[in-house]
Design a binder for this molecule. Structure first.
Ligand code: HEM
Length: 811
């Protein structure tokens, strides 16, 4: 701990003690004890209280006076000590830092991203700033330097002042983003399988579904727009596409990570009755707790449906979390805490007792989110218990009858598949005796492997199942009912996966399933827990005799890519089964809730913002729109659902998204903490313990790296374009919207896949015209860079058969 930090910590403790003494003086604590003896019949209790009060009142005032004096002295001392921080970084150039407020006024005027960009132009790629009086940081804005730091340093810094108390404080610190050291390794490993290439393949159909629901809503608005044009009412048909995209990304998180519809109440906010009923108590509890400034316990009574029934409220909660959680755009108490960090305990108490509007909104949002997380956890646990019960193996550990559990690696009988060791139930069972995975029916008797459902005999994801002669993804064709995966042909109408031939020429049964490279022999059991009975395939962990636990994959990119698939909806299973290698301990309640919340927030906010900026830029650049539509039409036509192979054939779409992420990186900066040794950064010696801010935004706008840096030119990202060598081939990591090195964004591939699916589905059927006032788009840089007032557009259907009772525009 540095001298100044030690002083600040001591001061903070002193202030906390003083505040506690003021709020809860020792005399007050003993009041009940004093009242009791005087409750005699001769003296009325009120009189006794008055006597007691008058006796300890002067000492209370004296105590208050001492406390205030102590606070003033301590504050004075810290203000005088502040030059030490300044002095430590004196050799690094930087903007003038005013006494007490540092660079806060400039940041509030220009916004963080623009301020850093201006400083980069003036002071070079490494400069120092003061966030308030004593919070000094070094900003780095050079792509190459940031990449190096990303590999050298591992910990993030929590820059914003945090006024939270338990359980929110613990939850903030336990999430993957702020996790440190071994705990970070444990948590990152637990998350990783959810982002493997194979898992992403399994998410694809769900991402498509969520995008399709959004497109349907927008088509409806497009129809209204046409009717309104006839009736000359301008307002109809206008859409805040930022909200629509937010809804979609939240639905994607819900269905891929948790297997639930987080927006079950629908886009119009009208919850179905049964959802409303069960959500009501949880929602009421949430808002009453928030209003009262109380903290909910981590174990909540939120019901499962509360997780699924909060609709637009949840979208709003996610938005408010990011906007009101920023010190610059949020509560005055947070701003005061930036100026007087040692008063944080007192300011936190004041914010909870007399909240201002941003703080009240923030607490309401956080409570809503926490309730959603707890609802999801409870729902998962209940499902697990139910499935364990249903799954009890019978005497010989083999097949269970009548639709129920798979045991001992053997398939459930009677044509009912079991998945993940859980019986397929509640209408999730596959029809006709064939496999179902994670509750997703495989229809028409076709197999689904590795969590990828085959529906209507179609769809294969990631080279897994293929049914009825339809294509397997990853560019591996299946012909004549023969699935081919990874380029290995299957013979005789029998599926093979991962290049492993089915034994005896029989894959699972009837030419149907093969799972995970394990051939089913004689149409019966497959190895490694992949059971097939009577020709029925089931998924890996169906065995009652579990496979030996695998060591967690190391936390690096490549292993994430190779990791096996997890079924959509099973993120919580990964988190709950994470174990500390040394102690064997599982994560505690806060830590679990924190991962759930991190996935929701990270999955929602950044992707929503990025897609909104992309739509805005497409609408502003007709030439870009024309080329994008041409690519999408050529690859997909107006209707065809994109497969993984199709997504790989949309390079221009991806370039458009990349360029939007360059100009408007939603995570406009990230942080690193210098360790216990000083380090050289861009030629400057940076003292140990210094906070580093890596300004992604400044690097993305650097005219030394990006020719015509402020223009929207997607071609720079196309390897076939002459512009490509200018930057992308020359400066590694010049484009780094997902961060750097060891801590780079774990959701990167998830976000890119989701974006390509959403853009493909949107522009297959629609285009967007900007409403007046949308250029330039007002942005707000709170915790993320976001459109400040949404993005108002008018959706236009590209093909008139899509419009309901209306003439459409042919693009
Ligand atoms: C356009 C979308 C996204 C952008 C621009 C983005 C950007 C970032 C950035 C810049 C970081 C910090 C990296 C660093 O410090 O070097 C980060 C970290 C992280 N992101 Fe994303 N992200 C996006 C989507 C997602 C999604 C969809 C998820 C999860 C579902 C996610 C989860 C995370 C997590 C958990 C971390 C912390 C990783 C760690 O510290 O180990 N992100 N993201």
């Amino acid at each position: 701990m540095t001298g100044a930090t030690a002083v600040a910590a001591a001061v903070a403790t002193a202030a906390a003690t003083a505040a506690e003494a003021v709020l809860n003086p020792p005399a007050l604590q003993s009041v009940p004890a004093l009242i009791t003896p005087v409750a005699s019949p001769s003296l009325p209790p009120l009189g006794a209280i008055m006597i007691m009060t008058s006796s300890w009142l002067p000492s209370l005032w004296a105590l208050l006076g001492y406390c205030l004096l102590a606070l003033v002295l301590v504050e004075l001392f810290v203000i005088l000590a502040e030059p030490f921080q300044r002095w430590r970084l004196r050799h690094i150039p930087g903007p003038p830092a005013l006494p007490l407020v540092g660079c806060i006024p400039q940041i509030m005027r220009l916004g963080g991203p623009e301020f850093f960009k201006t400083c980069y132009e003036k002071y070079g790629p490494v400069f120092r700033i003061a966030l308030g009086r004593s919070n000094w940081a070094v900003v780095v804005a050079d792509a190459d330097l940031m990449r190096q730091l990303g590999f050298k340093l591992r910990d993030h810094v929590f820059v914003e002042p945090n006024l939270m108390r338990s359980p929110f404080l613990e939850i903030d610190l336990a999430g993957l983003f702020l996790a440190r050291d071994d705990y970070w390794r444990l948590v990152r490993s637990a998350w990783q399988p959810a982002f493997s290439a194979a898992s992403l393949s399994g998410y694809l159909p769900r991402m498509v579904d969520c995008a399709d629901q959004m497109v349907d809503r927008l088509l409806l608005r497009a129809s209204e727009s046409g009717r309104a044009a006839a009736a000359a009412t301008a307002a109809a048909g206008r859409v805040d596409i930022y909200k629509e995209l937010g809804q979609m990304t939240l639905e994607v998180v819900g269905s891929t990570a948790y297997g639930v519809d987080l927006l079950a109440s629908g886009s119009n906010g009208a919850a179905p009755d049964e959802v409303k009923k069960s959500a009501a108590p949880a929602a009421a509890a949430a808002s009453s707790t928030a209003d009262a400034g109380e903290q909910p316990a981590v174990k909540s009574n939120a019901t499962a449906n509360a997780a699924g029934g909060c609709g637009r409220e949840l979208v709003k909660a996610c938005g408010d979390f990011f906007r009101c959680g920023s010190a610059f755009h949020g509560s005055r108490y947070a701003q005061a805490a930036m100026l007087f960090p040692e008063l944080r305990p007192l300011l936190s108490w004041m914010a909870h007792t007399l909240p201002d509007t941003p703080f009240r909104k923030l607490m309401k949002a956080r409570t809503r989110l926490l309730d959603t997380c707890l609802g999801l956890i409870q729902e998962w646990e209940a499902k697990q218990q139910q499935q364990e019960q249903m799954q009890k193996p019978n005497a010989n550990g083999h097949a269970a009858a009548n639709c129920h559990a798979a045991a001992n690696g053997h398939a459930a009988a009677n044509g009912h598949a079991a998945v993940n060791g859980q019986a397929a139930a509640n209408g999730h069972a596959a029809a006709n005796g064939h496999a179902a995975v994670d509750g997703h029916a495989a229809a028409n008797g076709h197999a689904a492997a590795n969590g990828h459902a085959a529906a209507n005999g179609h769809a294969a994801a990631n080279g897994h199942a293929a049914a009825n002669g339809h294509a397997a993804a990853n560019g591996h064709a299946a012909a004549n009912g023969h699935a081919a995966v990874n380029g290995h042909a299957a013979a005789n109408g029998h599926a093979a996966a991962n290049g492993h031939a089915a034994a005896n020429g029989h894959a699972a049964a009837n030419g149907h399933a093969a799972a995970n490279g394990h051939a089913a022999a004689n149409g019966h059991a497959a190895a490694n827990g992949h059971a097939a009975a009577n020709g029925l395939a089931v998924h890996a962990v169906a065995a009652a005799e579990p496979a030996p636990p695998q060591p967690p994959p190391p936390a690096d990119d490549t292993s994430a890519g190779r990791a096996p698939a997890v079924d959509p909806g099973s993120f919580l299973g990964l988190i709950l089964s994470a174990r500390n290698k040394a102690t064997g301990e599982a994560l505690n309640d806060h830590q679990v809730a924190s991962q759930v919340q991190t996935f929701i927030l990270a999955g929602y906010e950044t992707s929503t913002n990025a897609l909104t900026f992309t739509v805005h830029n497409i609408a502003r650049h007709p030439e870009v729109e024309r080329r994008l539509l041409a690519e999408i039409d050529e690859v997909l036509g107006p209707d065809r659902t994109p497969t993984e192979a199709d997504l790989a054939r949309l390079p221009y779409t991806e370039a458009v998204y990349n360029e939007a992420l360059r100009l408007y990186p939603p995570a406009y900066g990230t942080t690193r903490l210098v360790g216990s040794e000083p380090m050289l950064v861009g030629g400057y010696q940076v003292p140990p313990g210094t906070s580093l801010i890596l300004s992604i935004y400044a690097a993305h706008h650097d005219p030394r790296v990006w020719p015509r840096a402020e223009e929207f030119i997607p071609e720079r990202f196309l390897p076939s374009s002459p512009l490509y060598p200018e930057v992308c081939a020359r400066v590694p990591n010049a484009h780094a919207p997902f961060g750097y090195g060891i801590r780079y964004c774990i959701g990167m591939k998830f976000a890119i896949q989701e974006a390509k699916v959403a853009l493909a589905r949107l522009y297959q059927r629609l285009r967007f015209e900007l409403e007046p006032g949308q250029v330039p788009l007002a942005t707000a840089a709170a915790l993320t860079l976001a459109p400040r007032d949404g993005l108002w557009v008018r959706p236009v259907a590209r093909h008139h058969h899509l419009l309901r009772g209306q003439q459409g525009n042919q693009a």
